[in-house]
Design a protein around this ligand. Structure first.
Ligand code: NAD
Length: 498
C-alpha cells in the first residue's frame, strides 16, 4: 500500500493531513506524508479546563462502568488492528509484525484495565484503639497529561490511558511531534468506543494536543494537570521532573535505558544468541529496552562473538513493509548520524566495530547495518544511550565484576542474565544483583508483557506504568479511621482530657 492508502484506510481525511505547520515524515523513505495543525498555546487553558470539568463527572461514575469504556476500546482496537499497525509502520518505521505487536499490547492493556476496574482494592488495617477500624480508599486524582515518545507511538499512550480512565482520570495526550498520525488514528478508534459507550462519558474525557516540547511544557507547568506521565529521553525528564515537582504535581517518568545482558559460562548459547539478536536489533535498536551491552564471561566470549557476527550477517535489512524484513529504518538522518558518531568515539576508545554501516534500503530513508562493538572497557560512550542498533560487548571473569559493570551506568531500566546456575540466577535477582526496574533470567531485556509494572530506576526516572499495582500512581490514597465506640482514645496512649 502507498502511504496515502494506509492513511485513508486508517480513516484520516485530507483536511486533517494538510494545511498545518507540523510536517510528518515516514522513516521508510523520508517522504513528507502530512502537514498537521499544531495546538496553539492559547488553546491550552481551555483544554485543561475541559479536562477538569470532565473529571468531576467521570470520577462520579462507578469504576466498573468506567472499565466498560476501556473494554469497548479494546474491541475497537481488535477491529482496527491491521489499519493502526500499518500507520505505526508508516510513521515509526517498524516492521509489520512489530507494528501489529504494538497494537496487540494496546488490546492486552485494555483487557487488563477492564478487570482492574473491579479490583481497585484498598487494605483494612488493624487499629491500636478499641472500637476503631482503619482502611485505605483510593480515589481519582484529576487530569492526567500523557507525553509520549516516537518509538512506541501508541502502546505507551494505551498503558497510561486505559489505567488512567478506569482510575477515574481524564487524559490529555501530547504525542511525539514525529508521530501525530498514529495519535490521530487512535483518537478515531477511541471515538468509536465512546459512541458505543453513550452519554456517561463527558465531553473532553480524552483530548489530543499536537506539537512538540512547547505543548508538552504547557501540560507540565499547568497546576490543573494532576498527573504528568512523560516518556522519552533522560534530557526531557530532567526538564519535566523538576517542573512538576515545583508545583507538587504527580510525575511518572519513563526515560532512557542502557540495558545489559550477562552471559555466564553455563549459558545456553543458542538461546542467548537468539535473545541478543532480537533485543539488540529489533525495532532497529530503538526501544527503551533495547539491548545495548553484553557482558560475556571470558571463557565463552570468543564463541559468542563468532555466533553473533554470523547471525548479524544474515539480517534482512530494508523496507519494513516487506514480510521478510527484520531490520527497518532508523527514524531519521539525524539519528543515523548520531549512531555513526558514537561508533567513531568507540573506535577512539579502542573498540573494534563490526557492521554499523550505511546501507541501501528504500531511497530517502536512513538504513544502517546493526553494529557489534568489542570494547576493552566500559568507556563513557558505552555508558551513554545511543538510540540506535549498537551492541557493545565486554568481558568478565567474576560475576560480581560483571554485575558492577552492568550497574555502573546512569540508567536503570532493564537487565538480564543467561545462566543455568541457580546460585548465579538467584544472586543476580537479589538486592546485591541488578539494580534495574526489570530484571530477567534466560530471557532478553526487551519485549515486556503488560501484566508487570514497567519502568526503571536512576536516570530512567523511577516511574511505573502498565500492570501489577502501577495503577496506584494514578490515584490518591486516603487513610481512613472510623471510630464505632463511644470513647475517644488518642493514639500512642496520649492523654488530653478537657
Ligand atoms: P524525546 O525526549 O525527544 O521526546 C519525548 C516526548 O517529550 C515528545 O513528545 C516530546 O515532544 C516531549 N518533550 C520534549 N521536551 C519536552 C519538554 N521540555 N517538556 C515537555 N515535553 C517535552 O524522546 P524520543 O526521541 O521521542 O524517544 C526516545 C527516547 O525515549 C529514548 O531515550 C528512549 O529510551 C526513551 N523511551 C523510554 C521509554 C520508557 O518507558 N522508559 C519508552 C519509550 C522511549
Amino acid at each position: 500500500m502507498t502511504h496515502a492508502e494506509v492513511l485513508k484506510a486508517a480513516g484520516l481525511d485530507q483536511a486533517q493531513l494538510t494545511g498545518g505547520t507540523l510536517p510528518i515524515h515516514s522513516p521508510i523513505d523520508g517522504a513528507e506524508v502530512a502537514r498537521v495543525s499544531e495546538t496553539p498555546a492559547s488553546d491550552m487553558e481551555a483544554i485543561v479546563a475541559r479536562a477538569q470539568a470532565a473529571y468531576l463527572k467521570w470520577r462520579a461514575l462507578p469504576a466498573p462502568r468506567r472499565g466498560e469504556l476501556v473494554r469497548l476500546l479494546g474491541e475497537e482496537l481488535r477491529a482496527a488492528k491491521d489499519e493502526l499497525g500499518a500507520v505505526v509502520t508508516l510513521e515509526a518505521g517498524k516492521i509489520i509484525s512489530e507494528g501489529l505487536g504494538e497494537v496487540q499490547e494496546m488490546i492486552d492493556i485494555c483487557d487488563f484495565a477492564t478487570g482492574l476496574s473491579r479490583q481497585l482494592y484498598g487494605v483494612t488495617i488493624a487499629s491500636e484503639r478499641p472500637g476503631h477500624r482503619m482502611m485505605e480508599t483510593w480515589h481519582p486524582m484529576g487530569p492526567c497529561g500523557v507525553i509520549t515518545a516516537f518509538n512506541f507511538p501508541v502502546a505507551v499512550w494505551s498503558w497510561n490511558t486505559a489505567i488512567a480512565l478506569v482510575c477515574g482520570n481524564p487524559v490529555i495526550w501530547k504525542p511525539s511531534e514525529k508521530s501525530a498520525l498514529t495519535a490521530m488514528t487512535c483518537m478515531k478508534i477511541l471515538g468509536r468506543a465512546l459512541d458505543r459507550f453513550g452519554d456517561d462519558a463527558p465531553e473532553g474525557l480524552v483530548q489530543l494536543v499536537i506539537g512538540g516540547a512547547e505543548q508538552g511544557a504547557a501540560l507540565v507547568e499547568h497546576p490543573g494537570v494532576a498527573i504528568v506521565s512523560a516518556t522519552g529521553s533522560t534530557a526531557m525528564g530532567r526538564k519535566v521532573g523538576p517542573k512538576v515537582a515545583e508545583r507538587f504535581g504527580r510525575c511518572i517518568l519513563e526515560l532512557g535505558g542502557n540495558n545489559a545482558m550477562i552471559v555466564a559460562p553455563s549459558a545456553d548459547l543458542d538461546m542467548a544468541v537468539r535473545a541478543i539478536v532480537f533485543s539488540a536489533v529489533g525495532t532497529c535498536g530503538q526501544r527503551c529496552t533495547s539491548l545495548r551491552r553484553v557482558i560475556a564471561h571470558d571463557s565463552i566470549r570468543a564463541e559468542l562473538m563468532d555466533r553473533l557476527k554470523k547471525a548479524y550477517a544474515t539480517l534482512p535489512i530494508g523496507d519494513p513493509r516487506e514480510p521478510g524484513t527484520l531490520v527497518g529504518p532508523i527514524v531519521d538522518g539525524a539519528a543515523r548520524d548520531r549512531m555513526l558518531a558514537a561508533l567513531d568515539t568507540a573506535r577512539v576508545d579502542g573498540g573494534t566495530v563490526h557492521g554499523g554501516e550505511v546501507v541501501e534500503g528504500v531511497a530517502g530513508g536512513a538504513y544502517v547495518s546493526p553494529a557489534i562493538v568489542e570494547m576493552p572497557a566500559q568507556t563513557d560512550i558505552v555508558r551513554t544511550e545511543t538510540f540506535a542498533p549498537i551492541l557493545y560487548v565486554m568481558g568478565y571473569e567474576a560475576l560480581e565484576e560483571a554485575i558492577a559493570m552492568q550497574n555502573g551506568v546512569p540508567q536503570g531500566l532493564s537487565a538480564c542474565i543467561f545462566t543455568l546456575d541457580l546460585r548465579e540466577a538467584e544472586y543476580y535477582l537479589s538486592a546485591a544483583g541488578a539494580d534495574c526496574g526489570i530484571v530477567n533470567v534466560n530471557i532478553g531485556p526487551s519485549g515486556a508483557e503488560i501484566g508487570g509494572a514497567f519502568g526503571g530506576e536512576k536516570e530512567t526516572g523511577g516511574g511505573r506504568e502498565s500492570g501489577s499495582d502501577a495503577w496506584k500512581g494514578y490515584m490518591r490514597r486516603a487513610t481512613n479511621t472510623i471510630n464505632y465506640s463511644a470513647e475517644l482514645p488518642l493514639a500512642q496512649g496520649v492523654k488530653f482530657d478537657i
